[in-house]
Design a protein around this ligand. Structure first.
Ligand code: HEM
Length: 361
């Protein structure tokens, strides 16, 4: 598609698909022309707002997500990864279910300051938030939507109660920090605070799960990479970076054109939906040498798996750290990681998410 129809109109979904690196980059960079205000959450969560509102929301939370702040969670991430692996002592585990799913959920719940006993509920809510319909029927679609609305209602109540507690008695957690955060004398409204907490669950959990799983999948598909990383554990961050390019957890992001414009040869009208396929851009030979090869230590590696520009993933430092420590712990505790011979990898049924439902090793 990238070669034959670099920009094309999808009549079924009523949107433009943009595949090549330069055009995807332009769509993400030019936020004035290509808006993020769309869908049910338009205007409330930072992911779906434009400047100046976007900058206000993001500036309030940015400082909790810098690589330095995030580094403080390294010991907890290592301890939790170690615990999860300890439970699989028999030698067999499902990477998705037993390792890559619980890790980010536990970390985000701890960051927010939710009590430990609520972990299971968090896991349930974050699963429902990213759930996709079992098939194409209206019924399946409606069922997912209903479950999602219920989860959002439950989460809203949950966070409202937690916010009230922390407002009375602040602690050293993200909720307390968000409650106190001020920019130009402005604070987040309770509604914005709650919607940010929900955004963290929806944006951060399944993506990180898939990054870790996609990494393990590459290790089982290419045992030589495993040998290389066992010899050279300091190359794990490079491995994570190339995994992001090669098997990106999110393959596409959406925008809406604000004015008539051209993308390549396509005449785009104001109001048209645009899907920027970062997964296709990441393998564009005009940008990457030998793009279909997995190159450990590829430099430069300007993949767009965390997006680009003002909406560049807020959680990127956390996702990178979690993936590095999770894969590092797994490699350090195993002699060899192998996919079980009869295990079939079932893709997650989604056009935008790249991952598998389970990965027994
Ligand atoms: C934004 C990917 C992990 C929070 C984004 C965007 C992408 C992305 C592509 C840009 C969307 C757009 O431009 O419309 C990923 C991937 C992850 C990951 C691949 C894991 C490997 C996380 C984590 C968190 C997080 C762990 C938080 C705990 C966010 C937020 C935004 C965002 C809040 C919105 C930023 C904004 O609008 O300014 N992410 N993400 N993400 N991500 Fe992530």
């Amino acid at each position: 598609l990238r070669e034959e129809t670099p920009v094309r109109y999808d009549k079924v979904r009523n949107c433009w698909d943009v595949f090549g690196y330069d055009n995807v980059h332009r769509v993400l960079k030019d936020y004035a022309l290509f808006s993020s205000v769309r869908g049910a959450s338009a205007g409330t969560s930072m992911l779906y707002t434009d400047p100046p509102k976007h900058a206000q929301l993001r500036d309030l939370v940015n400082k909790a997500f810098t690589p330095r702040e995030i580094q403080a969670f390294a010991p907890r991430i290592e301890a939790i990864a170690g615990d999860l692996l300890e439970r699989a002592r028999g030698g067999a585990m499902d990477i998705v279910h037993d390792f890559a799913t619980p890790l980010p959920v536990i970390i985000i719940a701890e960051m927010l300051g939710a009590p430990q006993e609520d972990r299971e509920r968090f896991k349930h809510w974050s699963d429902v938030l990213v759930e996709s319909a079992a098939d194409d029927s209206d019924e399946a679609f409606r069922a997912v939507l209903e479950r999602r609305q219920l989860a959002i209602a439950e989460l809203t109540d949950y966070f409202a109660a937690l916010l009230e507690e922390r407002a009375k008695q602040p602690r050293e957690d993200l909720i307390s920090l968000l409650l106190a955060a001020e920019i130009d004398g402005e604070r987040l409204t309770p509604r914005e605070l709650i919607s940010f907490c929900i955004l963290l669950l929806a944006a951060g959990n399944e993506t990180t799960t898939n990054l870790i799983t996609n990494g393990v999948r590459l290790l089982t598909e290419r045992p030589e990479l495993q040998r290389e990383l066992r010899r050279q554990p300091e190359a794990v961050p490079d491995f994570v970076e190339e995994t992001l390019r090669y098997y990106p957890p999110i393959v596409a992001v959406g925008r809406v054109a604000k004015e008539d414009t051209a993308i390549g040869d396509a005449a785009v009208k104001a109001g048209d939906q645009i899907i920027a396929w970062v997964g296709a851009a990441n393998r564009d030979p005009a940008k990457f040498d030998d793009p279909e090869s997995f190159v450990l230590g590829r430099k430069p590696n300007a993949h767009m798996s965390f997006g680009f520009g003002i909406h560049f993933c807020l959680g990127a430092p956390l996702a990178r750290l979690e993936a590095k420590l999770a894969l590092g712990a797994l490699l350090a505790r195993t002699g060899e990681i192998r996919a079980l011979p009869d295990a079939e990898l079932t893709p997650i049924p989604s056009s935008f998410v790249f991952g598998v439902k389970s990965h027994p090793v």
